[in-house]
Design a protein around this ligand. Sequence first.
Ligand SMILES: [Zn+2]
Length: 166
Amino acid sequence: MIATEACDRCGWATAGGRRGCRARFEAFLARDFSDPLFFRAHRMFVDTYCLQHPEDFCASAKSLAAHLAGLCWMLEGGAAAAVGPERLHRWLNGERRLDKPPLPDRFGTMTIGDLPQESDAMAWGKAVRAWAESTWTAYADLQPLARRWVAEAAGGEAAPFTNLAR
Ligand SMILES: [Zn+2]
């Protein structure tokens, strides 16, 4: 039987509903933890999924910052896609009040449904990156804020990337 109900969060058309979408996410997650080659894209995969399902994973400003600034730091600042930016996680663990901005209501043309079910780890990493970039583009209005969070988390050390001021 072909699942045709869309995920009402990310818009994946044939997800089998929100529940089917979450099941796919969890299956890929499990593979990350059983295969170190797939784990190389782990954090980028998780942050992107969370940003496409913000009602579930970005309820607080801090959780939004973790995923959005984390993705920013990986895509633009070269933080490792496996684990993300350690400094950001330390920064968010501190006492900090962040304001949560309005979120986009569309998350780009790619969803988790576009990632290959079966692939080698190299192709997987590329697909995750394309999905992450597409989602990052959908958050265009929040990119300046994400870069500001990254700069603050970097703590006045040399800006982690050169296009911060953009
Ligand atoms: Zn979904």
